[in-house]
Design a protein around this ligand. Structure first.
Ligand SMILES: *Cc1c(COP(=O)(O)O)cnc(C)c1O
Length: 360
């Protein structure tokens, strides 16, 4: 047995905390990556329960799910849509487009005109992320989007922070660059529409930048580096497959990376990197750079005494040797446990594979 358990109550609690902190500032629930791996539909349903009507996604399939659940939701597409078919679908679904270039604006505007509609758009400003958007110096190009496209209705403008979890000066610099763009637009006598820039970390750490909207993804799952009274969501539950004693000198796992110094009681659990365990960055022990990363990781853990743990019957047990594709071995010498006992394994929800995701 293995399943990825998601506590609905914890997500609802997080939504309460975030809504309270946002006060009157609207929250855009970011449900990209299939709702951070947990599923767009159940995540959107929980957000809707708490009165959230704004969503952000990167796929039209995600937008479709949300539109089906809520016909008047505001759905923002976080990337520019360039393919004709996708553009059509975006306009049919009444999804807000992101415009980050003159070319994209022209295409979208002519598509909207040909469909006899007006595309609602948010302008994207690239203050440092280096992906989509106009550079802060390109205010003339930005102003043209507002001025010259009858088939585009700009209702918002935004930027994205690259290091909101890190040193505050990076975020401040980006926020200031963004603010300067807003001032330039206003200076030209044009209304900017709703400005927004904060992701989860920025919102929790620098609420002074919450502007007229915040885009919250990982904080819905309580998976942030700041303590904000949020509950961490998502845990893999499985059971002990086998318990054995290994004699001193015996090893476990590929590469025999762990060797018993004394007789050791081990538990085998049926979850490995295939399921996303210790798999944040992809994993292939036969690929040189993954090997290297494994070695560096192991060295770090040795030097800093950091171990990977799973929890057997509620007790923390260190993982022995390399995590296998489908199995993990852990030390249960000090734990009284038997086959079939419950094990919990920390897995990032965006990495979960090969097991049911169960909302409870
Ligand atoms: C992913 C994303 C967010 C949400 O980020 P979190 O840190 O998970 O809250 C916000 N804005 C944009 C543009 C994103 O791509």
């Amino acid at each position: 047995m293995k399943a990825y358990i998601v506590e609905k109550e914890a997500i609802l609690h997080n939504l309460d905390v975030l809504l309270k902190k946002a006060d009157k500032t609207p929250i855009w629930a970011v449900l990209k990556g299939n709702g951070y791996g947990l599923g767009v539909e159940p995540m959107a349903q929980l957000c809707l329960l708490k009165g959230i009507r704004r969503f952000a996604v990167t796929e039209l399939s995600e937008a479709e799910v949300i539109r089906r659940l809520c016909h008047d939701a505001h759905i923002l597409m976080l990337r520019p849509v360039v393919e004709e078919e996708e553009m059509k679908r975006l306009l049919e679904l009444d999804v807000i487009a992101t415009v980050g270039s003159t070319e994209n604006a022209a295409k979208l505007s002519s598509m909207a005109a040909s469909m006899g509609t007006v595309a609602e758009v948010h302008v994207k400003v690239d203050t440092g992320m280096g992906r989509y958007g106009f550079l802060p110096g390109e205010t003339e190009k930005i102003l043209d989007i507002y001025r010259y496209h009858d088939s585009l209705a700009v209702s918002g403008i935004y930027t994205h922070f690259h290091t909101a979890f890190g040193k505050s000066r990076h975020t401040a610099r980006q926020a200031e660059a963004f603010t300067a763009v807003l001032k330039a637009i206003e200076g030209a006598g044009i209304e900017t529409g709703t400005p927004h820039c904060c992701n989860s970390h920025a919102f929790l750490r620098f609420p002074e930048w919450k502007m007229e909207g915040v885009r919250i993804g990982s904080a819905l799952l309580g998976r942030v580096r700041v303590r904000a009274g949020l509950r961490r969501v998502g845990i893999c539950e499985t059971t002990v497959d086998e318990i054995r004693w290994l004699p001193a000198g015996h090893t476990t796992g590929y590469g025999a990376a762990w060797k018993a110094k004394k007789p050791t009681k081990i538990a085998v659990i049926p979850v490995g990197w295939y399921h996303g365990f210790t798999n944040e960055f992809g994993h292939d022990i036969f690929r040189f750079r993954d090997c290297l990363r494994d070695m560096v990781g192991a060295a770090k853990r040795m030097i800093f005494g950091k171990k990977i743990y799973v929890s057997v019957g509620g007790k923390k047990c260190p993982v022995l040797g390399h995590v296998g594709m489908l199995h993990t071995v852990c030390d249960v010498s000090k734990v009284s446990c038997s086959v079939g006992d419950k094990v919990t394994v920390e897995i990032n929800p965006t990495q979960v594979r090969g097991m049911e995701i169960s909302f409870q």
